[in-house]
Design a binder for this molecule. Structure first.
Ligand SMILES: [Zn+2]
Length: 285
């Protein structure tokens, strides 16, 4: 019996992404705040189709605007770690990065009563310390890397990438990597951004065209991995929340259901992957 798992994930940056980029004008803040409008609609949409998703939420979002987070926590969606601020780990010292993980864990425990199992790095760029620190603080899976499309793998620690030498792989760790892709993220496709450094992210793509891309990646999974695969989509409430994109998200869900998708939280998908790969799990421990 083929089994094709889809994880719908939402990076609930709220104000944190704008503040971390130095964008603190009333208009920038309002762009982040718009997700307070969107979250109940998203929760209702997923409820209609009986889907549970995963929300990667910075501690800053939880502690600033808990009323934006509670609707999905109370509806039983997974709450996962996305730093405390939205600063990139690769820009932080080891101490600063550890403080982010500890503080984010505290925020998650306070609002949900349970610890985060999963982590996704702000802007998807881990530091050389991330894997070790995540394991130290109880994180079981990461979702920030791009080394596969339809399968999980164990994250490595201690890679050595030096310009004039062959690349040296580090050792596998027990941290499960559940990979993502920029091509399956709403942010670069849709979000128009003029950044403080003068660069522009154009975004504003036709939602129907993006829908075709997103569906084709699922269909291709059923061809190249006919028995089992996991596909993860990434959305941002303030981006996907605009009307034409919410219509696209609902059409995506419908087409994935028609294609036989099984929807799961990342934590559930991790559990199923580990159960199917007992040997690999033992080797990494
Ligand atoms: Zn984010």
């Amino acid at each position: 019996m083929p089994r094709h798992i889809v994880c719908l994930t939402f990076d609930h940056d709220h104000l944190s992404g704008f503040i971390a980029r130095g964008m603190t004008s009333p208009t920038a803040i309002s762009r982040g705040e718009y997700d307070v409008v969107v979250i109940p609609r998203l929760v209702a949409l997923m409820e209609r189709y009986g889907i549970k998703g995963t929300f990667f939420t910075p501690g800053h979002t939880i502690d600033s605007t808990p009323q934006a987070v509670l609707p999905y926590v109370e509806a039983g969606h997974e709450l996962a770690h996305h730093g405390w601020t939205h600063r990139l780990p690769v820009t932080l010292s080891r101490e600063e990065e550890e403080e982010e993980i500890v503080r984010g864990n505290e925020s998650i425990r306070r609002i949900s009563g349970r610890s985060a199992r999963g982590y996704r790095s702000p802007a998807w760029d881990l530091s050389p310390h991330s894997i070790e620190l995540l394991l130290k603080h109880g994180i079981r899976y990461d979702s920030s890397m791009m080394g596969h499309d339809y399968d999980c793998y164990f994250a490595r620690q201690g890679d050595v990438a030096e310009l004039m030498k062959p690349f040296a792989r580090g050792r596998e760790t027990p941290l499960l990597e559940m990979p993502i892709s920029w091509s399956l993220d709403d942010f670069p496709h849709f979000e128009y951004m003029r950044l403080p450094n003068g660069s522009v992210q154009q975004g504003l793509m036709n939602a129907g065209n993006v829908l075709d891309n997103f569906v084709d990646d699922f269909t291709y999974m059923t061809r190249v991995q006919p028995d089992f695969g996991i596909l993860t989509y990434t959305f941002h409430p303030h981006v996907i929340g605009r009307g034409h994109r919410m219509m696209m998200l609902e059409r995506l869900i419908q087409r994935l259901i028609e294609g036989g998708a099984v929807f799961m939280t990342m934590e559930q998908a991790m559990g199923e992957w580990l159960a199917r790969n007992q040997g690999a799990r033992k080797a990494a421990e």
